[in-house]
Design a protein around this ligand. Structure first.
Ligand code: WAQ
Ligand code: MG
Length: 276
């Protein structure tokens, strides 16, 4: 049997300011990456992660942490969600479009409004988990959120996905990594949908995702320069949160094939053709 390794990188900068230190353990996050790899890839991936840590636009790190850990369970093999983009020119129109899609899969107004409030505050390292009807918060640590981990893409999957994304000019690490994460999250039985806005002030495209309508990108989801950002997972009302956490954090999931990738579509088209 093939052995898999979870390789994770996290680069940060130590800071002197003592007030900041108390709040943030004295470090500012610069970049991070992770994936599931076979033995023969370890050295190459570590080199590429180090390069990535040292060349991030946010600045030079003073600490780079690497974890290389054997995964004992065989990864669950999945395909990526279908990708499309809805044209939107402003954050308020993006919010309406996302609300419409989320509503269509059973996320209530209340849950949607709670989710935007959480994202507006920003500053979480992980995602919030909200029940889709009542909008109740379930994650154990509400300051940090839950971190999805042990996820990756095989070489074959990566080639197939890159080819499809390239046709629409969106074959970037950012899109690929977000799509892999959304595909792992939506694969979980208790998940209804996800809402995501990057915390990077210069990255203004966000997305909503679900098994029903796929991964729907929304440009101009926030103002350029804005520091807000975050992720919210909407889940069925009665789920077992311990099982959900275990799946998100620990169960290895590997993307082996790519779903369809389309260009710009309207929310109506997406909902009409979705797997209801
Ligand atoms: N698990 C759970 N939550 C996470 C994780 C993770 N592994 N990584 C980040 N988050 C949360 C955290 O609250 C961040 O503030 C927030 O998500 C945004 O993270 O197709 O880059 O890494 O063009 O800034 C969307 C791409 C990119 C859209 C999203 O997110 C597209 C992105 P970021
Ligand atoms: Mg980011």
């Amino acid at each position: 049997m093939k052995r898999f390794w979870s390789i994770r990188m996290r680069a940060s900068k130590r800071i002197q300011n003592s007030k900041f230190k108390i709040q943030n353990s004295g470090e500012i996050h610069i970049s991070g990456a992770e994936g599931l790899y076979e033995d023969s890839d370890i050295q190459r991936i570590i080199r590429s992660y180090i390069d990535r840590a040292l060349s991030h636009p946010k600045g030079k790190p003073s600490v780079i942490r690497l974890a290389v850990e054997e995964v004992s369970q065989k990864p669950v093999e999945i395909s990526t969600l279908d990708v499309s983009t809805v044209y939107s020119g402003t954050p308020s129109s993006g919010r309406k479009i996302s609300a419409r899609l989320l509503h269509a899969v059973g996320v209530s107004e209340e849950a949607i409004s709670n989710a935007f409030e959480i994202i507006q505050k920003g500053r979480m390292r992980g995602a919030a988990i909200l029940t889709s009807e009542r909008g109740r918060r379930l994650e154990l640590d509400t300051a940090r959120g839950v971190r999805v981990s042990r996820l990756g893409i095989s070489k074959k999957g990566s080639r197939a996905l890159s080819m499809k994304l390239s046709r629409h000019g969106i074959n970037t690490d950012t899109v690929k990594e977000a799509l892999i994460l959304a595909s792992k999250v939506s694969h979980c039985e208790g998940t209804v949908a996800e809402l995501c806005i990057s915390d990077d002030p210069n990255y203004t495209t966000g997305y909503v995702a679900s098994r029903v309508f796929g991964y729907v990108r929304i440009p101009n989801f926030k103002r350029a320069g804005s520091k807000i950002g975050g992720r919210v997972f909407f889940v069925k009302e009665g789920i077992n949160i311990d099982n959900m956490n275990r799946y998100l954090e620990k169960v290895p999931v590997l993307v082996e094939s790519a779903g369809s990738c389309r260009g710009i579509r309207s929310a109506d088209e997406i909902l009409d053709s979705s797997h209801q």
